[in-house]
Design a protein around this ligand. Structure first.
Ligand code: MSP
Length: 672
């Protein structure tokens, strides 16, 4: 049994039939984030990734390239290893199934099962799909096409060796039922249970005759056969512990804490691997987590469509951290998502450039200008002394520390996107208190020195703590934030094994302001594709739905002629009160794709506005922004929620952008 403090995480081992794509990057980044987090927490982490080098796919790719399979693998392996370096992947080991010690372990296990009579030889006739490397039964097949990949398949009759997988069916069902975390997410667990409880589990052909496929591990008990690639590949999770670590480490790390896989290879893991382990009398992994798939610009990603996303290109264009952030922020882990460079650019700008990037830069600029480039000194209890005055600062501190206490939960549940949303909201809290206290104004008044120091120290201390939270997802950014704050933080230490302490940032630290963390991506956002699929309401965004006037009688249908724009007098215009308002909170209206509920400050009063801008904006990106509203509109109810005004936005059939103000102006200022 593994040690209680150990955390063993794996990715699938990838076929070396081609260069890596976004799907490979996705699992590997997610695994890296978990590995980095648990190391910060002080766990004994072993993070394994690698390559699946045998089988038909690799043999075919090598043949196509006109080289022998091993040369082909040796040529492609560095492409994966280099990408992992560029993506800051911190794997502890890298396995290749052509490693001699791996092959020995596979052969040892095969012999063991053969000796236990759990492997037998039999005749087999069936439909074989070369692409998927698997047999199908008569009832699965229609028109001689593979039910999975729809390619033509062949009828094959041959002797093969079979693993008695079927006999473990009940035990496997029992195991899944008893261990709710064994297959995750729950929907996938139900799928697997669904087919295991309704269909008979057959035995698994674990050999391929060399006459048909020679590129594989020879069966120890029959030289005419090689091992089926999945039997070979799955063993990697255990064989790696035998030879890739200084000492054999099954005791230390097995069973694995989590196998991360894509949804398409869940069955091979949940069924083949689990039953293999049962037969070998080894414990089953704690969790197999199946994530979703990426489409690209709404389409399935494939070579033939020419839309395969090259992670190297994403690193070139956006940087490794931004790409990592996007992959985990854009969709809940476990669900499918859509990738587009436009969406990527939008995320980088809204969450990173305007978010933490801007926060660090404005904080350090103000410290540079007003505190001679050193973190200001503040008394230990500076916030409590004037708790009323500093209530927003206190709120930001409390929320940030609360988030610190709930980090484990996010990582245990693999809820990366909710965590990142929390982190960006905490950065927004800091932006809000900076705006409220207007340090640029405080700096002009010598009597306000203490308040200025309090605001700038709090902002810098929040940034220090935020750097710890973002480290697993954006390790380079975390280091950069710390460095710019003038700190020398070694993130490879178990920094989160102790509770985060407010006030660790020392006054007097010399900051080292550097380049902006995330330069805004301009070109990608201009001429951007429409964000929404269906037209949004006409602008300005109505606070109340326009009265539906389409009640012309059926007998006299009237199509109004396009009217010339109506002109109004200045007096009429002056009746409309436009004012600046600062967004304090924003959230989606349940069951509505379009509507957001905003709380805005007009300085002396607070209003609630329901606005149809939800297709264009994520609520959290609006917090702290100064927008323009129609302040004297009669209140109206939208989906049962009162709206006390209307926001101004550009756009015709869909929202293009909110009207904002270039300069810092107080909320409630008149606009004309
Ligand atoms: N070699 C096997 C795994 C053996 S593990 C013991 C294999 N390799 S693979 O290279 O074809 O696929 C590796 C992973 O990439 C799978 O987890 C798969 O889900 C993932 N993806 C492939 N295309 C993908 C997307 N479009 N989106 C997300 N992940 C996808 O299968």
């Amino acid at each position: 049994m593994s040690h209680p403090n150990s955390f063993y995480i794996t990715t699938p081992i990838y076929y070396v039939n081609d260069v890596p794509h976004i799907g490979h990057a996705y699992t590997t980044v997610a695994a890296d984030v978990l590995a980095r987090y648990w190391r910060l927490r002080g766990r004994d982490v072993f993070f394994l990734t690698g390559l699946d080098e045998h089988g038909q796919k690799v043999q075919q790719a090598a043949a196509k390239a006109g080289i022998d399979p091993q040369t082909h693998c040796d040529k492609l392996a560095p492409r994966f290893q280099e990408l992992w370096k560029r993506l800051s992947i911190s794997n502890d080991a890298f396995i290749r199934t052509t490693d001699a010690p791996h092959k020995s372990v596979v052969q040892r296990y095969l012999q063991e099962l053969f000796d236990k009579q759990l492997i037998y030889k039999a005749d087999y006739t069936g439909w074989y799909c070369t692409f998927d490397e698997r047999f199908w039964t008569e009832k699965d097949v229609e028109n001689s096409l593979c039910p999975d990949c729809k390619r033509p398949i062949e009828r094959i009759s041959e002797h093969n060796y079979f693993f008695k997988m079927g006999q473990y069916q009940d035990r496997l069902i029992e195991h899944i039922k008893r261990h709710p975390n064994f297959i995750r997410p729950e929907s996938r667990r139900n799928e697997v249970l669904g087919f295991l409880t309704t269909q008979k589990l057959g035995d698994l052909s674990i050999s391929r005759p060399k006459s048909r496929l020679s590129w594989g591990i020879e069966l120890p008990f029959d030289k005419d056969y090689v091992t089926y690639v999945w039997f070979d590949a799955l063993v990697n999770y255990v064989s790696a512990l035998d030879y890739l670590l200084p000492a054999p480490s099954q005791n230390r790390y097995w069973p694995a804490s989590i196998h991360l896989v894509g949804k398409d290879i869940l069955t091979t893991h949940a069924v083949y691997w689990s039953t293999m382990l049962m037969a070998l009398s080894l414990p089953l992994p704690e969790t197999i987590f199946a994530h979703g798939w990426w489409t690209v610009d709404g389409e399935k990603m494939s070579k033939s469509r020419g839309n395969v996303v090259d992670p190297n290109k994403m690193v070139d264009e956006f940087g490794a951290d931004a790409f990592r952030y996007f992959l985990l922020r854009e969709v809940p882990f476990g669900q499918d998502g859509d990738f587009s460079e436009h969406a990527m650019a939008r995320r980088v700008n809204s969450d990173l450039a305007n978010g933490i990037g801007n926060l660090l830069s404005r904080t350090l600029t103000m410290i540079d200008r007003n505190c001679e480039g050193t973190i200001p000194d503040v008394p230990q209890d500076y916030l409590e002394r004037e708790s009323q005055k500093y209530r927003l600062l206190i709120h930001a501190r409390e929320q940030l520390l609360i988030l610190g206490k709930s980090l484990n939960g996010f990582f245990e549940d693999l809820e990366f996107n909710s965590l990142l949303l929390q982190i960006t909201s905490r950065a927004t809290d800091v932006d809000i208190f900076i705006d409220e206290h207007e340090p640029w104004r405080l700096a002009k008044d010598p009597d306000k020195r203490e308040e200025l120091n309090a605001v700038l120290y709090t902002a810098a201390e929040c940034l220090r703590i935020l750097s710890l939270y973002i480290y697993p997802v954006m390790p380079n950014t975390a280091k950069n934030v710390a460095e710019q704050l003038g700190l020398d933080i070694n993130f490879s230490l178990p920094l989160l094994s102790q509770e985060i302490k407010w006030g660790d940032l020392q006054g007097g630290t010399k900051i080292r302001k550097g380049n902006s963390l995330f330069p805004r991506i301009e070109s990608k956002t201009q001429g951007a594709k429409p964000v929404s699929e269906s037209p949004a309401p006409p602008q300005p965004t109505p606070a109340a739905p326009a009265p539906v006037a389409a009640t012309a009688s059926a007998a006299t249908p009237v199509t109004p002629a396009p009217a010339a724009p109506t002109q109004i007098t200045i007096d009429e215009f002056m009746k409309i009160q436009l004012k600046t308002a600062k967004v304090l909170t924003a959230e989606r209206v349940p069951k509505s794709e379009k509507l957001l509920k905003l709380q805005v400050s007009l300085g002396s009063e607070q209003r609630q506005i329901v606005a149809g801008i939800g297709k264009k904006y994520e609520p959290e990106t609006l917090i702290g922004k100064t927008i323009i509203i129609v302040a004297n509109l009669k209140p109206a109810k939208l989906m049962g929620i009162e709206s006390q005004g209307m926001v101004l936005a550009a756009g015709d059939s869909e929202v293009r952008g909110l009207a904002t103000i270039l300069e810092e102006v107080d909320p409630g200022t008149k606009v004309k």
